[in-house]
Design a protein around this ligand. Structure first.
Ligand SMILES: *Cc1c(COP(=O)(O)O)cnc(C)c1O
Length: 410
């Protein structure tokens, strides 16, 4: 690469970055240092200082990322097995802990088998891509608000696709009716949608799937660990797991570690295992990570305490917001979206909360959510104290005044 060329390449990069900046969509990451045992407190690093902040937007929903049982399992396995897996699953990388974890996941969802991936993103991308490209006359029917990883998987599949309006059963029916008689139909959707915190009508989707002979593919990423008596998700809570063809989840959110997975019939898992490039051609998860996730799942299968405490704090935050007249989306999940409805104010409130109140919540702007629905997305956990909630709502109240934002009427 010649020096002049290098500058021209950089100019190409900068041109697109400046468009992003002028649209207000340029992303800035907060640099955090989490302290084991101090969750939800963390230290935020900037160029000139370090400051304590309270994290209000973590997906480590239940604080399992710092649970003693998880850490112990990871320490033990690190000592025993070392750092990395040493290979892809195919070539020397399949570790005892991967196999144990897959068994545990199959048991969690009452399925015959499970398959581990390096992340939830990869599990969606690889599984939908493989199903859509390999099955005869495949049509993927995708909810309009599905996650980027599912959208990319569908794109990768290059099969027919139909987007149905979010959670709209009449539209799903119409789209199913449009499919050719010989089509292999795959309905892809999520249980808890993470931006609005609403929950899909899973039973109604399954009823339609049965009527039209379609497969069901559900992403329970924001629900595993959190819902159902053993933390297997919303489908478990509603007694519907056996009606879902493929359940996808993550080990990186409520389970607090890292990795993704699918569960389903033995034939389905064997099919994805055998044909999915994103499963085969990548180094397997470190054994210690698999052992940590295993400990986390086992713990949350038995323990309701984390879920109960978390729900209590979610309810307390909602009540406090209502009292202060701060508008938020009322939904049946653990996600509390506070609506600012203005991208500049949303970013500004988030900045001031962080700099002046030590409250960290990431602003959520377009294209993650539609324009005009910009928001701050709070995820209270079992370790947020009542004082944390009080401080948060006080700070929001001050900023609401300052920005002359509308209050919700009780
Ligand atoms: C975060 C997320 C994923 C990806 O999971 P990771 O394990 O973080 O890669 C998939 N689906 C949804 C809905 C998500 O929010």
């Amino acid at each position: 690469m010649k020096k002049d060329d290098a500058m021209e390449f950089d100019a190409l990069f900068e041109a697109q970055l400046s468009t992003l900046r002028s649209e207000g969509n340029y992303r800035v990451f907060a640099e955090l240092e989490r302290y084991q045992g101090a969750y939800p407190k963390a230290v935020r690093h900037t160029d000139d200082e370090q400051r304590d902040v309270t994290v209000w937007c973590s997906n480590d929903y239940l604080c399992m990322g710092q649970h003693p049982a998880v850490l112990q399992a990871m320490h033990d396995t690190l000592e025993k097995s070392g750092a990395g897996a040493g290979g892809t699953r195919n070539i020397s990388g399949t570790n005892h802990y991967h196999v144990q974890l897959e068994r545990e996941l199959a048991d969690l969802h009452h399925k015959e088998d499970a398959l581990l991936f390096t992340s939830g993103y990869v599990s969606n991308w690889a599984s939908l891509g493989t199903l859509g490209s390999r099955l005869p006359n495949a049509v993927i029917l995708s909810d309009a608000l599905n996650h980027a990883s599912m959208i990319e998987g569908i794109r990768q599949a290059k099969c027919d696709k139909k987007i149905w309006n979010h959670n709209d059963m009449e539209d799903l029916r119409r789209k199913l009716e449009e499919c050719a008689p010989d089509a292999t139909k795959i309905i892809a959707f999520e249980s808890v949608y993470s931006m609005d915190g609403d929950i899909a009508p899973i039973k109604e989707v399954c009823d339609l799937a049965d009527e039209f002979g379609a497969m069901t593919y559900i992403d329970e990423v924001h629900a595993v660990g959190m819902y159902g008596p053993r933390g297997a998700g919303v489908a478990e809570r509603e007694g519907l797991m056996d009606r879902i063809t493929l359940i996808e989840g993550t080990l990186g959110k409520a389970f607090g570690v890292m990795g993704g997975y699918i569960t389903g019939s033995a034939a389905l898992c064997d099919f994805i295992r055998s044909f999915a490039s994103g499963f085969i051609f990548t180094t397997a998860l470190p054994p210690a990570v698999a052992a940590g996730a295993l400990a986390s799942i086992k713990h949350l299968k038995e323990s309701e305490m984390e879920r109960q405490r978390q729900r209590r704090q979610v309810a307390k935050l909602r009540t406090a917001l209502d009292k202060a007249g701060i508008p938020h989306i009322d939904n049946p999940s653990h996600i509390v979206p506070v609506m600012v409805k203005d991208p500049v104010k949303c970013k500004m409130i988030s900045d001031v909360m962080l700099d002046e109140y030590g409250v960290y919540v990431q602003p959520i702007n377009y294209p993650t959510v539609p324009k005009g629905t910009e928001r701050l997305r709070f995820t209270p956990g079992p370790m947020h104290t009542d004082a944390d909630i009080e401080h948060l709502v006080f700070a929001l109240g001050e900023l609401w005044k300052h920005c002359a934002l509308a209050r919700a009427v009780a």
